[in-house]
Design a protein around this ligand. Structure first.
Ligand SMILES: Cc1cc2nc3c(=O)[nH]c(=O)nc-3n(C[C@H](O)[C@H](O)[C@H](O)COP(=O)(O)O)c2cc1C
Length: 313
């Protein structure tokens, strides 16, 4: 590291603080950092610049004009964002992509809550313990929504029935909200933005989330999506090989056990060697651990309180 035109002691001090903040997750305010460095007229350059740029300069790690292949095949969840704002034009494109989502019956059984209020993001972060909610520029909450059609039906004197109370009605809302999330995610990815879905918004405390977001009956949060300017570029995670995912004409009838165990081993090897924090996590016990956590959510009762799933059909 070569330092020009400054008091080297202060530069090194702030450099260490910054690196520590990055190491312990990025709560550090980049603007404060840049202001401090600016005031001291610090120029950190040469060999160090490449590493810093790769990790923190959004314009270096952000590919703003991706091909469809890059958008889909180089996508990864990104949980660290810089404090920079997403351009209005990018947000407009994301919202238009959401708007053009295919939906069941063309009924558009979904709504999105677009959140940039720091206090609200902080509350949702505290609820879910998902730090990316706090550091992202926008947090979108995708909701299943039968409130709108019911309000319109009421205004026209039409009985809207009990569809949201059936398993298929709930599923329709979940699918529409999920597809809208994927529209937003792909649009954001194509502009080089950081994205990360947040399922905890559905599971940890549906009543409190509904209260915080003022959700009317028949509107239920299904999944969140953080959007921001990437401050990291994690390794791509291994995925199941195609023969396990895509079955030709009918579900495979041969024994898949060895391929499944091979994939489990691939996940262990990835977790042991990936860049950033390393673990010994496998696929099977790690994921079934999540399932066990999920067994305690009692979502059926929570969804019934939101106005869904009271029918036996
Ligand atoms: C419905 C859904 C919910 C998710 N919820 C969370 C979450 O609450 N927190 C989180 O850090 N990642 C969450 N993720 C991201 C997954 O952990 C991530 O997609 C998975 O580990 C694969 O990594 P990749 O997206 O980088 O390929 C969620 C993804 C999906 C599709």
């Amino acid at each position: 590291m070569r330092l020009r035109n400054l008091d080297a002691k202060y530069a090194i001090f702030f450099y260490i603080i910054k690196e520590l903040a990055i190491f312990f997750e990025d709560d550090f305010d980049d603007r404060l950092h840049l202001n401090l460095l600016g005031t001291m007229r610090v120029i950190i350059c040469d060999d160090h610049e490449g590493r810093r740029a790769n990790k923190h300069n959004p314009n270096t790690i952000r590919n703003m004009s991706k091909t469809v292949e890059q958008t889909l095949l180089e996508r990864r969840s990104i949980r660290r964002n810089t404090r920079d704002a997403i351009a209005r034009e990018d947000l407009d494109f994301i919202f238009e992509a959401i708007r053009n989502t295919p939906t069941s019956y063309n009924g558009e059984q979904f709504s999105v809550i677009d959140i940039d209020d720091p206090g609200l993001k902080e509350e949702l972060y505290r609820l879910t313990n998902q730090k990316q909610i706090k550091t992202c520029n926008r947090f979108l909450v995708f909701c299943a929504d039968f409130h709108k059609i019911e309000a319109a039906a009421k205004a026209k004197g039409i009985d809207a029935g009990v569809f949201p109370h059936t398993a298929d009605g709930y599923t329709v809302g979940v699918i529409d909200a999920s597809l809208a999330l994927m529209s937003a995610l792909v649009a954001a990815e194509s502009r080089g933005l950081a994205t990360c879905p947040v399922g905890y918004i559905r599971t940890v405390d549906p009543d409190r989330v509904a209260e915080l977001l003022h959700l009317p009956q028949r509107v239920a949060a299904i999944c969140g999506l953080t959007l921001g300017i990437p401050a990291e570029m994690p390794d791509l995670k291994p995925k199941q090989p195609l023969p396990l995912l895509v079955h030709h004409n009918a579900y495979r009838s041969d024994d898949m056990t060895q391929e499944l165990l091979d994939f489990d081993r691939t996940v262990v090897e990835y977790n042991r060697s990936r860049s950033g924090s390393k673990t010994d996590n496998d696929w099977v016990s790690h994921i079934t651990g999540y399932y066990r956590e999920g067994e305690s959510y009692h979502l059926l009762q929570a969804m019934r309180r939101r106005g869904y799933l009271t029918e036996e059909s």
